[in-house]
Ligand binder design. Structure first.
Ligand SMILES: C[S@@+](CC[C@H](N)C(=O)[O-])C[C@H]1O[C@@H](n2cnc3c(N)ncnc32)[C@H](O)[C@@H]1O
Length: 329
């Protein structure tokens, strides 16, 4: 009898802990099909299904869930309307929408984690397709930039550089924000993904002091010394062996008083253990992505590259995300 209760208690626990998934699922579907926008004004399910060529019964279920979780509300005459606008993602046509984060989570992270038993039993890993996912990943990364930028600005102000290189600059958000604050500094972004580099070029077009090049950092070197180098959210793309080569390379680029600034989640850090452990589980499922470095990995890398860690500051505590400042030994 007691065993039976425990079984039910456990099952109930799994179901309850999984409930928040309903909110993410609803928001993901709403973002993908732009449904919150479609129900911005009170509309019937039939109207929206016809407008968007959607299966009416499925839309009805999605609307029902929306009602239960409070994202949609029934208005008069079978019409429904989006409420809690601050909770649901903005339209996918809004480049600042947080929906890209849901897209990455739902289309990339969760399916990979669900495939874990299969991958573990096979001899092969997944391959991360830069072409397919590069743009979404760069967009989600840029959401974090808003939180990391005040810290990076502070470090940069202190370093007082004349030239800056952003390795794996993504869509150029860091460079753009930094160039507005420090308009006299020459800045260069290096980006491997062609589409992402193109977007960065377009985004930074107005800032004449910024150049973007589509290059692999392993094949590239600057013509002159660079006082400030950034590696923001790129270490998991680089194998531990290549990280060592990269740190040694960057150490040669920077002069005596130069600075290397790294923004990354740190494995086993004081803050955000849950986050970095699941992130690492995800990365390890791919043959071309690599686990996040721990603090001791960073110290080892710095030592081997004639650098030292000057400061390590959390930028998103619950995510274990840090900004780390390296200077020459
Ligand atoms: C997660 S995104 C981060 C973008 C940006 N730094 C940020 O923090 O928002 C990492 C970027 O590094 C680029 N990247 C990966 N390996 C690279 C390499 N070997 N050389 C240049 N860029 C690279 C990827 O294409 C991707 O756009």
């Amino acid at each position: 009898m007691i065993g039976e209760y425990i079984r039910l208690f456990k099952a109930r626990g799994y179901m309850k802990r999984n409930l928040p998934f309903l909110y993410s699922w609803h928001a993901y579907v709403g973002y993908e099909l732009d449904l919150y926008e479609a129900f911005k004004k009170p509309r019937t399910i039939i109207e929206v299904a016809n407008d968007k060529s959607l299966q009416e019964d499925l839309l009805k279920r999605w609307v029902e869930v929306g009602g239960v979780i409070g994202y949609l509300r029934k208005k008069s005459k079978e019409r429904y309307q989006t409420v809690k606008k601050f909770m649901v993602p903005a339209s996918k046509y809004n480049p600042r929408s947080t929906g890209v984060l849901l897209k990455e989570m739902m289309e990339l992270h969760i399916p990979t984690l669900i495939k874990y038993p299969k991958i573990m039993k096979s001899e092969e890993k997944e391959v991360f397709d830069q072409q397919e996912h590069g743009m979404v990943v760069a967009q989600t990364s840029s959401l974090l930039e808003q939180l990391a930028i005040p810290r990076v600005m502070k470090v940069m102000k202190k370093a007082n550089p004349q030239t800056v290189v952003d390795v794996g600059c993504g869509s150029g958000g860091y460079l753009l924000r930094l160039s507005r604050k420090f308009p006299k500094i020459k800045m260069l972004g290096i980006e491997l993904n062609k589409d992402v580099a193109k977007e960065a070029g377009e985004k930074c077009r107005e800032q004449k002091q910024i150049d973007i090049v589509c290059e692999d950092v392993h094949e590239w070197s600057p013509k002159e010394k660079v006082d400030f180098v950034m590696l923001n959210n790129i270490l998991h793309y680089i194998s531990p062996h290549d990280r060592l080569k990269l740190f040694r390379k960057v150490s040669k680029w920077i002069p005596e008083k130069g600075v290397l600034s790294v923004v990354s989640p740190i494995h086993n850090s004081k803050h955000g253990g849950q986050f970095s452990s699941v992130f690492n589980s995800f990365f390890t499922a791919f043959e071309n992505l690599y686990p996040l470095p721990s603090e001791s990995d960073l110290i080892e890398l710095a030592n081997a590259a004639n650098l030292k860690i000057q400061k390590m500051q959390p930028v998103i505590r619950e995510g274990g995300w840090y900004q780390v400042t390296f200077t020459k030994k």
